[in-house]
Design a protein around this ligand. Sequence first.
Ligand code: FAD
Length: 489
Amino acid sequence: MPSAIIIGSGIAGMATALHLRAAGFEVDVFESNDYPGGKLHAFEVNGYRFDAGPSLFTMPQLITELFELFGEQPTDFFQYHRLKSVCNYFWEDGMRFTVDADRDVFAEEAAAKFGIEATAILSYLKNGQKKYELTAPLFIEKSLHKMGTYLSVETLKAMAHLSEMNLGTSLDALNEAAIGEPHLVQLFNRYATYNGSSPYLTPGIMSMIPHLELYLGAYYPNGGMHSITTSLYQLALRQGIRFHFNQKIEQILVEKNKAIGVKAASNQHFADCIVSNMDVFSTYKKLLASQPHPERTLRQERSSSAVIFYWGIRGSFTQLDLHNIFFSSNYQQEFAHLFEHKSLFNDPTVYVNITSKETPGDAPEGCENWFVMINAPGDYGQNWETLVAQARQNIISKLNRLLGTDIAPRIMAEDVLTPPLIEKRTSSYRGALYGAASNSKLAAFLRHPNFSNKIKQLYFCGGSVHPGGGIPLCMHSAKITSKLIISAL
Ligand code: FAD
């Protein structure tokens, strides 16, 4: 039986383990934490449950198909439902808007609210759909680093439509031209943050992202995002995948340009192939220190990070739902602070996620669990204590203004996550949420491949390699990586 070692039990590590197990591999997963899931983790403070990282769930079929690999009925172990409204938006000028999950309803309501033609909005969204459908089979579902990918009908189709992909214009410029109305432009610009980029730098092809949320749908896993981790972990255990927690891998053992095993603090383990789910930068710098590094790839700009306050809040806010956004009044300045000045803007866009709206048991009665996040630059050694203290004040003032109440005395429980803590807990270089940023039109091609060009039997999966970060792309990386391994047998 062929064998595989996976370094890290992030979502892509677990998914790769499951694909390989279904193909008949013996699989061992080594995880430095004492829990599985990496960024997709959860914790409790004073009776409030919080999902630690991801909060938006799209493309649930990429999770459920893992159960089907083993002939299991996904709904026996993992349930979710589609959201009826996707997000509440708040602006400083008093504008409020709730995005309906139905694309046509959204277009009608947005047209009425912002005074533009519904057809312009629908045509924008349908263009995004076209971009997605033309490029996903090529750029997302296959390795970009194998010749076979380019010798296909899909490539020819995508190439024929290259000029419609808006690669030469920024997402913001595209949105200004196609939509124009400032609130709606800001709303559509925000989708750049779904891969940790700036709308003023990322190319217009990213206008495909709203299609995922507004057409394919936004979902909520029953019990919260962490149920993705727990259900996949339980599936892996049922299928005989072995997990080794508190096992920090210190080195990938290489012999004659071939990865043969891994070294933990007190022992070595050997397998036919090694898959790193650890951030690719950290994998090279820490586990492959004596090997040549693909420096150009590793120098790529990193995605944004985040500062998150997990607040147990006394009271119920009927104007809020699961996903809520309080926009900055100067979005361009906010992104200049993140990517140019590597600092926090004093009027940040605040995202408030409240899972107790869906799962009331996540907070004590009459209370809510607020996950309050602002985008942040990566960790470049800034004084995070000072930045976090200022951010806390700025967020509270903004929420006070836009909700018309004093939030501070309602905070009953608190925890904070910062870029250095994200790096400490997951090895994500600079605390990036999504690996490399997509702030250039070539970013998709510059990400590290799912395999090593120099070291045989060494593979990579997860948010820092092709096709990128976020749960759906991580699930695709697991599929691509496991297919490469299986086809090399
Ligand atoms: P990671 O989750 O990065 O896990 C890597 C694992 O490897 C960790 O468990 C780590 O402990 C382990 N490891 C590292 N080094 C070693 C070593 N030497 N030895 C052993 N183990 C090691 N995505 C969405 O789709 N929707 C969202 O709403 C969303 N919001 C986010 C919000 C936040 C705050 C964060 C942090 C991320 C968010 N993301 C979101 C991104 C998403 O969480 C990630 O893209 C995805 O979870 C990354 O998974 P991964 O498989 O790459 O591994």
